[in-house]
Design a protein around this ligand. Sequence first.
Ligand SMILES: Cc1cc2nc3c(=O)[nH]c(=O)nc-3n(C[C@H](O)[C@H](O)[C@H](O)COP(=O)(O)OP(=O)(O)OC[C@H]3O[C@@H](n4cnc5c(N)ncnc54)[C@H](O)[C@@H]3O)c2cc1C
Length: 371
Amino acid sequence: MSEVIDGWGLGACAPVVLAPWQERLHQVRRRKRAQTAEVLPFEPADPPAEDESDAVIEHRDFLTALRTRLGSSAVQEDERLAAHTSLRVGGPADVLVVASDMDTLRQAVMLAWEHSVPCRVLGAGSNVLASDRGVPGLVVINRAKAIIFSEKGVRAESGASLSTLAQRCVTRGWAGLEWATGIPGTVGGAVVGNAGAWGGDVASALASTRILQPDGTVGLWKVEQMKYGYRQSALKGSAVERGPGTAPGATRRPVVLEASFKVQPGDRHALRARVVEIAAHRRATQPGGASCGSVFRNPPGDYAGRLIEAAGLKGQHRGNAIISPVHANFIVNLGGASASDVLSLIKLARQSVKEQFGVALELEIELLGRW
Ligand SMILES: Cc1cc2nc3c(=O)[nH]c(=O)nc-3n(C[C@H](O)[C@H](O)[C@H](O)COP(=O)(O)OP(=O)(O)OC[C@H]3O[C@@H](n4cnc5c(N)ncnc54)[C@H](O)[C@@H]3O)c2cc1C
């Protein structure tokens, strides 16, 4: 169990009594699950991540509370997620808050939890595919990005850019995060997904992380508690938990607030040379343009990109989305692509690789929203 270092108790949570809209929500959800199962041929490991609600959720009380707490200008309705994801696709979030500091992040999430509104924190949106039909509830775009150096090492707020953090370490002569330069996500997204490259990953660099837990307390989690595996963690996907008193369906996902990393003194010139080498390798092997990085996890002993290329799919496109001719595990938005275009290519790749090589590719990215 994590150590509680700071209390954010939710003593005032209501017991589970379903309002009429929540009853309707359950009926809609059951219907949608049945439809989704037909449309998306993914295993439970790759579910459409947020199917908690459909348009029946009424957010008025929540919106009023959010506006009162954060100010009206901080709260947007029906803001398209295409503006907040690296793939540049995605329909509207019912409600969206850009949190430029830790306090706003915590308050927005806690209010959503108190009102049983589905809530999703995004960093750079560089590892997700958001549905054209939008994402229910609240989406918080995390821009709390302080980076603090001390004699012991470095800690960063979860909205800090992972690549910026790595570059600042190199500039100061701290070794241990060079592999992270060029990864376009935030510290929070990296801690959740165990981001990694060039032989390094979060699992080997993280010391501890502060987490806003579903019961409203903040815990200090040691790296061992994260149960890291290849692009997996205790927080990713399966870590959907309900807090006390929440309506069924309105899940509470733990939120990464901050992370401390293990870094050691290193030779600045050697560190800089490594960063330059990594950047050159990235430019040579990965496409530019709007993408969400590697779409599929590499299967054991092989590479998803190699399999998709061997299936003859490089350059295949649906609408304005294309399987990159540079790296077949990347899908690039050439401009104006829809999430459905991207999903069609995902299904094509999955089906072709399964038929030709008997390998079931699993998604590395997460599908968000109403599918
Ligand atoms: C061009 C390109 C290259 C890439 N190269 C790599 C690479 O080399 N290695 C690699 O591992 N990845 C790579 N990626 C993928 C991506 O950048 C990483 O997975 C990154 O760590 C995702 O961070 P993010 O902030 O964008 O997360 P998001 O996409 O915003 O979110 C991903 C998941 O994390 C959750 N999340 C985000 N922040 C928090 C938080 N504070 N608390 C709780 N949950 C949170 C979200 O809800 C979501 O479930 C690449 C992507 C692109 C576009």
